[in-house]
Each structure stands twice: as structure tokens, then as C-alpha cells.
Design a protein around this ligand. Structure first.
Ligand SMILES: C[S@@+](CC[C@H](N)C(=O)[O-])C[C@H]1O[C@@H](n2cnc3c(N)ncnc32)[C@H](O)[C@@H]1O
Length: 453
């Protein structure tokens, strides 16, 4: 049965929100302010999910999707004009900070979007393409194991998109009908920091070869005949490829690689080594903004010891280290810790101690050894900080905590914990749009110690 509803809000997760017979209705593809005809496809207690059938009164922010094939595989917001996407992101952060973070007066600054001269597409340095069992290559559809076959990718930097297209064609030719049985995923990762910044933009026509790593994951149990030969052939398929890694090769191989197993990228003049398994921010233009905002929020002083929790390859550590006495960087992924140590040499820095382990465990050890932490930056994965890490932070009581987050709901949850008992006070949160066309929201929040310690 179809029903007509008014859409009034956007939820974190991407869906527009309306109400029907007292229930909250989630409508993917809608925009607040629109009147739409929908059909309910899933009912739960208190809420329901509906499929958009017809837009009866479109919102002025509605635009034609540039890459319709990506709507159900990651770009849920491409029907919303970019400036409106930014407004909604700040609105969502604020709502979550009020509701989950228990911060009724939360100050949330307007989202910093991609520079006006740069189209908010083709911004990524990294993408993982799934190989479906029928040999299709692309992104997984939301809430499904099906794969949207993609001949090109509107999110990857143009130089990397070209590599993707060539690699895709090569793999289809190489494996033929057996592609879906042989491979599980294809990852393209490029060092585009030097060719994409707010001055040069990422003009799709200026396609230059960039240093690129290709990582193929074999399907478990598959027996690839000559993975070395495939890796060799892929090395020469496009200019710029510096290394090819094939993981989980069955039989006697395990991991096969040709060329380098890492990239070197640049952010604001600093160099970073990035191994295939290490995390690195995906949008280079906005990474610079993120770093600048975090540094401006924390204002590290020359005599201070700074914690960089969830430090990855040492992105924030590198900038913090040049303004403070010492940085203690804590990261659980071994390859990223090795990269961070290599980065110290690349940037001539000797005041960073890169420790391998979980933040929750290492903070306890630091506390036990009576180590001092004057200020802290944490940048956890989407799940947010471990409760023990938050507890240790409260106990060690740095004067300020900069919380960099890629999930505003866990950010809000952790802010509620840090501010409980009046220990910390939220100063403000600054969304930075790292993920245009998607509902994902990156933010930098600043908390300062409150009361007497
Ligand atoms: C969002 S990334 C941030 C990395 C880095 N700050 C950057 O901007 O490049 C989160 C990092 O936390 C690491 N990680 C995940 N769980 C962890 C834990 N419990 N303790 C320490 N590091 C962890 C991941 O390996 C990843 O490198």
C-alpha cells in the first residue's frame, strides 16, 4: 500500500525521516521538506522503513545524481546539492551531541566542505572493490552481499580511476569465467597528496600517473596458478604502479608481492610511509584541513607531552611533535607502527615514541609508570574509544582532549562519558567533510578539563 508523507529530517545513516500514524518512517533517497509517496517495506516497533515511489513536491536542494550507479553502494546523498549536504552534516552532529552526548548547548561549527574550486567527486586515494561470485567487480550494495558492477569509479582520484579501469579489464581477461572463484577483492591505493590540494584541485582532465599500490585478495581456498606472473603483469599495466600484492594465495604461497609494499605520501609538506595494511585518511585535500583544525584546537606548547591515541602511521604525531616536547603515539596495527617509526626518519623527528598496542592497555601502563600527559588527541575507528581508554584519560586528566571522529554517534557517546561528573567540558565540534556524497561525517571536537584537579 502506498502512502504520502512529509519528510522533516535527515538521520545519521543517510535516510530522510517522516512520520506516519505516530511512527518514525525512514525513507532512503528523500530530502527534508519534500512530500513523497512511499511504500512501507519493513516494520519494527516504533519505526518503519519505506521505499520512495514518487516525489510529489521536490526540495529545492534536489539534484540529478552524477553517478546513479553509486547511490546504493555508498553515495547515498548524491541527490542532495553539496552545500545542503554540509548543512545537514553539522545539523546531525549537533543533534547527536544533544541527544546522546548530553550536551544541550553543544556548539557545532558549520561543516568545512571541499574548496569551492574543487568538484566534490574523485577525491579518494583508496578504494576496495569487491569481486562477486559471478565475476562482477565493484562496490557491495547497502545491506546486501550483491556487488554493483562498476566500469569506472566516481570517487577515486582520476589517475587512480584510470588504473582501476585498466586493472579491471586485465583481471576479466586473465581469469575469464573463473574470476569470481579466484578473487575476493581488489584494492587501489595511491599517493595523491602531492597532486591534490586546495590550490591545484583534482581536475579530472589533469590525469597524471601517481604512485599506486594494487592489493588483490584471493578467495579463500582458491588455487591461483601463477600468482607471481599475474603480479608481474599487473605491475606494467598502468604507469605509476609501484607494487602489487596478492594476499591469501592458496597452496604454498600465502602472500606474493612484486615491487614495493608501501607508498610514500605527502601532507602539508610532511612525508608519510603507508604500508598496504596501514590506515591513512582517504581524502587528501580535507586531511590537511583536519590536521590544521586539530592543531589549532589543541595549541600544543613547547614544554608539553602529547598523547596521539590511535595514531596510525603518525599523521597527527608528526605535526604535534614539531610544537611540543614529546609525542607518545599509540597504535595497535603493527604495520602502521613501523610506518610511524619510518616517518620519524623521513621528517627528521626524534621526539616521537611510537608504541604498539591497544590504547586501553598502554594508557594503563603509562598511568602505572606515572607518565605525564599534558594534552591528548584521539582518533579512534568508528566504534569509538574503549571504555577503559576513556577511564584512563579521565584519570590522567590532560588539560585538553582533541577527539577526531569518523562517527558522530560514538563521538557523542564518548563525550557523554568524558564529561560525566563534570570532569571535561565540550568547547566545540567542527565537522570536516572528508566523505562528500555520503552520510559519513568526520569531526574534530575539543574538550577541556573542568573543575579542580
Ligand atoms: C581512524 S584511524 C586513525 C589513524 C590516524 N590518526 C590517522 O589519522 O591517520 C584509527 C586507527 O586506530 C587503530 N586502532 C584500532 N583499534 C585500536 C586500539 N584499541 N588501540 C590503538 N589503536 C587502535 C587502527 O589500526 C587505525 O590505525
Amino acid at each position: 500500500m502506498s502512502i504520502d508523507v512529509e519528510l522533516t529530517d535527515l538521520a545519521y545513516g543517510g535516510d530522510a525521516v517522516g512520520r506516519y500514524e505516530g511512527r518514525v518512517l525512514f525513507v532512503p533517497g528523500g530530502i527534508p521538506g519534500e512530500r513523497v509517496r512511499v511504500e512501507i517495506v519493513e516494520e519494527r516497533r516504533g519505526h518503519a522503513r519505506a521505499e520512495l515511489l514518487e516525489i510529489l513536491r521536490p526540495a529545492p536542494e534536489r539534484v540529478e545524481p552524477a553517478y546513479p550507479q553509486l547511490t546504493d553502494s555508498g553515495c547515498q546523498w548524491q541527490h542532495i546539492a553539496y552545500p545542503a549536504q554540509l548543512t545537514w552534516k553539522a545539523h546531525i552532529v549537533r543533534q547527536l551531541l544533544v541527544r546522546i552526548g548530553k550536551q544541550p548547548d553543544a556548539l557545532v561549527h558549520p561543516t568545512i566542505g571541499m574548496p569551492a574550486n574543487v568538484p566534490p567527486w574523485h577525491y579518494r586515494n583508496y578504494a576496495v572493490f569487491t569481486v562477486g561470485t559471478a565475476g562482477e567487480i565493484g562496490f557491495k550494495l547497502t545491506d546486501s552481499h550483491d556487488v554493483q558492477d562498476l566500469e569506472e569509479c566516481g570517487l577515486l582520484h582520476p589517475a587512480l580511476d584510470q588504473v582501476y579501469q585498466l586493472v579491471r579489464r586485465k583481471l576479466i581477461d586473465y581469469f575469464g569465467d573463473t574470476l569470481g572463484q579466484m578473487l575476493q577483492s581488489v584494492t587501489i591505493r595511491g599517493a595523491i597528496g602531492a597532486v591534490s590540494n586546495s590550490a591545484t584541485g583534482i581536475a579530472p582532465n589533469a590525469v597524471k600517473a601517481v604512485p599506486t599500490l594494487l592489493i588483490l585478495n584471493a578467495r579463500p581456498g582458491s588455487m591461483m596458478e601463477n600468482p607471481h606472473q599475474l603480479a608481474q603483469e599487473l605491475m606494467t599495466i598502468a604507469p605509476g604502479i609501484v607494487g602489487v600484492i596478492i594476499e591469501r594465495v592458496g597452496g604454498r604461497y600465502g602472500r606474493v608481492f612484486v615491487g614495493q609494499e608501501f607508498l610514500t605520501d605527502v601532507v602539508l609538506g610532511r612525508r608519510f610511509r603507508i604500508s598496504a595494511d596501514s590506515f591513512f585518511q582517504v581524502n587528501p585535500i580535507q586531511t590537511s584541513v583536519l590536521v590544521e583544525r586539530a592543531m589549532a584546537a589543541l595549541e600544543p606548547q613547547r614544554h608539553e607531552v602529547v598523547l596521539d591515541g590511535y595514531s596510525g602511521v603518525g599523521l597527527f604525531s608528526t605535526f604535534l611533535a614539531s610544537q611540543c616536547a614529546r609525542v607518545i603515539a599509540v597504535e595497535s596495527q603493527p604495520s602502521a607502527v613501523m610506518d610511524a617509526r619510518a616517518g620519524c626518519a623521513l621528517n627528521n623527528q626524534n621526539n616521537i615514541t611510537a608504541l604498539e598496542g591497544t590504547l586501553e592497555r598502554i594508557l594503563n601502563q603509562l598511568h602505572y609508570r606515572r607518565e605525564r600527559i599534558d594534552i591528548a588527541l584521539v582518533d579512534p575507528p568508528r566504534a569509538g574509544c574503549h571504555p577503559k581508554a576513556l577511564q584512563a584519560l579521565q584519570t590522567m586528566a590532560p588539560r585538553a582532549i582533541c577527539y577526531v571522529s569518523c562517527d558522530p554517534s560514538t563521538l557523542a557517546r564518548d563525550i557523554a562519558t568524558l564529561c560525566s561528573g563534570g570532569r571535561y567540558r565540550l568547547v566545540s565540534a567542527q565537522p570536516v567533510d572528508m566523505f562528500p556524497q555520503t552520510y559519513h561525517i568526520e569531526s574534530v571536537a575539543l574538550l577541556v578539563r573542568a573543575g579542580k584537579w
